[in-house]
Every structure is written in C-alpha cells, then in structure tokens.
Design a protein around this ligand. Structure first.
Ligand SMILES: CC(C)(COP(=O)(O)OP(=O)(O)OC[C@H]1O[C@@H](n2cnc3c(N)ncnc32)[C@H](O)[C@@H]1OP(=O)(O)O)[C@@H](O)C(=O)NCCC(=O)NCCS
Length: 312
C-alpha cells in the first residue's frame, strides 16, 4: 500500500492536494516480480469460485489491460495457463484503457447472446505502477495496481443479467492520455528511455472535461437502452478515476452521488480493473443485492468510453 503521505516524500505534493483534487487517499502497488497475468489469474480464480464454475468450463478469456505482461503474446494466454483453462479456449486482450472492462463485457455479452460461447471470463487488470513516472506529480499520485474479474454466462431466464452495453471512442483525443514509446511509432531505444517516452503522459484538464461530458451522456443512453429510469436505478459502479469527475456525472445524470459505489480513496485509479474491483467489494459487502439494477460507466485513454446496465 502507498499512502498520500508516502508520496509527499517522493514528489512535491501534499495529502491535502491529492484528497481535494481527486478523492484518493492510498493505492496498492504490486509486489516486485509480480506480473499482470499473476494478478489477473488470482482475480479469475476468485470469479470462478463465486460463479461455482471450473476453469475448464470457460470458453473465452478476455483480458482488458494496457499494461500487459509483454507485447507478445497476449496476457490472456498466460491467464489461460495459470488458471488451468482448456487449451483450446479463445483468449485475447483488449486495449481500451480505463474503458477496457466495459469493452470486454460488451464483447462477452455479444458472444454469449449469439450462442458462440457459454461462459466468458472477463478480467480487468492493470499494473500502472510499472508505467508511471514516479517523479511526475501530475500523474503518479493518481494511479494504482489491481485486478478484478467476472464470468459472463447464459441467462437463466430470471430477468437477471446484462440489460444493455455500449462502447465508443474519439481518436481526436489520442494524445491527451498515452504512453508514446515502445510501440511501432517509437520503438524502444536508448533515446526513448532518456526522453521518458515509456511513461504515462496526460493532459489532465482535457481528460477531466471530456470524461464528465461523455460519461454523463453514455450513462443516460445506457439507462434508456435498458429501460431503467434514473430514479429507479439502484447503483452506479463507475470507473474510479476522480471523485470530482463523478460529482459532475451525478449532477448531469440526476443520479445522486449516494448511489455511486466508491472505493477510489483506497485504490486510486486502477484503470480497467476499477469497475470489477468495486463490483466485487459492493457484492461481498452486501451493498448490491440480487435483483438490483447497476450502471457501469468508464472513460479513459483514446479517448474510449463505455457503459452497461445489468440486473445483478
Ligand atoms: C489530474 C487532475 C487531478 C489535476 O487537477 P486540476 O484541478 O485539473 O489541476 P491542474 O492540472 O489544473 O493543476 C493545478 C496546479 O496543481 C499542480 N499540481 C499537479 N499535480 C499536483 C500534485 N500532485 N500535487 C500538488 N500540485 C499539483 C499543477 O502543477 C498546477 O500548478 P500551477 O497552477 O502552478 O501550474 C485532474 O485534471 C484530473 O483528475 N483529470 C482527469 C485525470 C484522469 O482521471 N485521468 C484518467 C482518466 S481514466
């Protein structure tokens, strides 16, 4: 665990600044030697236990991450081996940054609805501590490491399940949040290392504005598509990036902030992992109960964003 006080000794910041601007108080940092697939596999095992399924029941593994174990192969194939899934199931990664979980959930929903898969493992996982510049106070205070997972299966016909999903992107914001180095555009070299091109770069203000706007419109659209009125919605489990962004979304959508399940104070922004981690905590705590309606919404680098409404 790393607290805001711990960060005060690394960069020119204060606990007060971080809490007031973001709502974040502490974040988790993966152990040295721990890889993204290790955390993803642990989350996947717990999701299997909750779903009372065996790893061999899984037909497809989708890992949403922008911090894969390595560029090739996908993190999903490491997860496949680590959890003991069948050696012929589908396994692939989705790169949609903080919206990755919404993207993966939407894909899983479509495969299951089409009858092309029975049980899809959806993992959101991120080891952002490995790609954050720990000397840049404008980014390093925001992020944390984490993993969460769900299994998407055929509906039992009891009205519970995924009611709507939507995914979007606007590439005109591509440079507002990125890790520019290490890909084909700027292959790793001594020069890219020297210029710190392998770390997260962000225009925080630009992302903030587009996040409030697009999360609000996507949330409203998801509710309409699901046939759930804002007043009847039980919970919002949003991407946990910044409390002020969520205050803006609450105001614009008319869903009070008291119905937002929030845990960003303890984990910071864990990107694609934030929704499944929050969902898991909310369910284990008994906050989200069977039959309740839940809205997911997330926006991140790309910008890419997505939303979904489920009946738990
Ligand atoms: C990053 C963010 C918290 C910054 O808050 P802000 O109110 O926009 O602050 P600004 O960037 O305008 O910076 C205000 C001042 O605080 C300073 N500052 C930035 N980080 C700081 C820190 N950790 N501690 C202290 N001061 C800091 C800036 O240097 C700036 O100083 P200046 O006015 O002297 O130039 C906010 O923009 C944000 O949350 N954006 C969205 C980021 C996000 O969620 N990204 C992920 C999306 S998935």
């Amino acid at each position: 665990m790393m607290t805001n006080r711990d960060l005060e000794s690394r960069v020119d910041t204060t606990d007060q600044w971080i809490v007031e601007r973001t709502g974040i108080r502490e974040r988790r940092i993966a152990a040295e030697g721990e890889a993204t697939s290790d955390m993803a596999a642990e989350a996947a095992r717990r999701a299997l236990a909750s779903a009372e399924l065996d790893a061999r029941d899984i037909d497809m593994i989708i890992v949403a991450t922008v911090t894969p174990d390595m560029p090739l192969p996908s993190t999903a194939v490491f997860v496949q081996a680590k959890i003991g899934a069948r050696n012929d199931c589908a396994a692939f990664d989705i790169a949609a940054a903080c919206a990755g979980f919404c993207y993966a959930l939407s894909i899983a929903d479509k495969f299951v609805r089409a009858g092309a898969a029975k049980h899809v493992m959806v993992v959101g996982v991120e080891l952002l501590s490995r790609v954050v510049d720990w000397s840049d106070r404008s980014t390093c205070v925001l992020f944390g490491d984490g993993a969460g997972a769900v299994v998407v299966s055929e509906s039992r016909g009891d009205g519970r399940g995924i009611l709507s999903t939507a995914i979007h992107a606007d590439g005109s914001y591509a440079s507002a949040l990125r890790i520019p180095g290490g890909g084909s555009a700027e292959p790793a070299s001594a020069r890219t290392l020297e210029l710190k091109r392998h770390f997260v770069e962000m225009n925080g203000r630009e992302i903030f504005k587009v996040a409030v706007k697009n999360l609000s419109s996507a949330s409203a659209a998801a509710l309409t598509a699901a046939g759930v009125a804002a007043d009847d919605l039980d919970w919002v489990v949003p991407h946990q990036a910044n409390l002020r962004i969520l205050e803006g979304v609450a105001e614009r959508t008319g869903v009070p902030l008291t119905r937002f399940y929030l845990n960003l104070a303890r984990y910071g922004n864990t990107s694609s992992a934030s929704i499944p981690i929050a969902l898991d905590e909310a369910v284990r705590e008994g906050a989200i109960k069977a039959g309740q309606s839940v809205l997911f919404c997330a926006l991140g680098g790309g910008v890419a964003w997505g939303s979904a409404v489920i009946r738990w």
